[in-house]
Design a protein around this ligand. Structure first.
Ligand code: GUN
Length: 293
């Protein structure tokens, strides 16, 4: 069994980007700039956004963090998005989700200029991805593709079972794994909350990708010997022995599943660290006008 080391892979990608930024700087080119909009004080969101901004600094990107109280109006937020769309210094920006209930998330996402949508959430980028056109890919699926590629895991003709159909992970993952090229060319089954006998499906899988947020959902009896298991779950569970008071648990019962696998991601330290690296990749692509010209 080989552990898929997301931390190491993320660092490798970040180092590659940092080297490219240094070369851009040396030539007097435009330094990539990422802006992040954060609404409210949700612990997870604050941590993610703080990490994103710190990563920008480390790899030589410019960054801005725009914070609002969770009482911000939709109109204020939409005005800020318009400003960021027009700001030539800003190559790409993200609005951290989830947003408070009084704000229409879809409306906010659709207000972002697709050219600056480095999260890849805008319907234009989603549609372009489905059509196989150049697009910003969402960070988590893109990070999983990087893991498969950098560990040279065979995907052609394999049966990939994706569990969870979210817009951010499961749905795009299922599309990307079924596409031609590498990693891809897999036969894909997309399972979700209405799937009858989930274990029947996962037991057929050469590759299982699970993103539902249900700790320990995938148990050893659900996994075929030699399978590749990718765990996207990161649920905070109370843990009095930790200073933070919680620890992260994945959707896979790692202790019992790992020994059956050829490859498996740990939680934490698997898929999680890749998402930041892929956001940085998208921001670099935005600054180089690689996707939309
Ligand atoms: N919330 C959870 N994941 C993400 C992400 O990738 N981007 C944004 N903007 N919000 C998120």
């Amino acid at each position: 069994m080989t552990l898929l080391d997301g931390k190491k892979t993320s660092e490798a990608i970040q180092n590659e980007i940092a080297a490219e930024v240094a070369a851009i700087k040396a030539k007097g080119g435009k330094i990539p700039h990422l802006a992040a909009v954060l609404v409210g004080n949700d612990g997870g969101s604050v941590t993610y956004v703080t990490n994103k901004v710190a990563t920008c600094e480390r790899i030589g990107f410019g960054s801005s963090l725009i914070r609002y109280e969770d009482t911000v109006t939709e109109e204020e937020l939409l005005n800020k998005i318009k400003e960021l769309n027009e700001d030539e210094e800003v190559d790409g920006f993200i609005v951290q989700l989830p947003l408070p209930k009084h704000i229409d998330t879809e409306k906010v996402i659709e207000a972002i200029d697709p050219k600056k949508d480095v999260d890849g959430f805008h319907p234009t980028n989603v549609g372009r991805m489905v059509a196989g056109l150049p697009a910003y890919l969402p960070a988590t699926p893109a990070g999983i593709l990087q893991l498969l590629q950098r560990y040279e895991i065979d995907t052609k003709g394999k049966h990939c079972v994706v569990v969870g159909r979210s817009n951010i992970v499961g749905t795009p993952m299922s599309i990307l794994m079924a596409k031609g090229g590498y990693p891809g060319n897999a036969t894909v089954t997309l399972c979700h909350r209405n799937t009858v006998d989930l274990a029947y499906h996962t037991r057929q899988a050469d590759i299982i990708i699970v993103a539902v947020g249900q700790p320990g959902l995938i148990t050893a009896d659900m996994v075929k010997e030699g399978a590749v298991v990718i765990d996207v779950g990161t649920t905070r569970v109370p843990d009095a022995s930790r200073k933070s008071g919680f620890r992260l648990r994945g959707d896979v019962d790692f202790d019992n599943v790992a020994e059956k696998c050829s490859y498996i991601t740990p939680v934490p330290g698997g898929v999680g660290p890749l998402t930041i690296a892929m956001l940085m990749t998208n921001t670099l692509r935005a600054s180089k006008k690689e996707v939309y010209g």
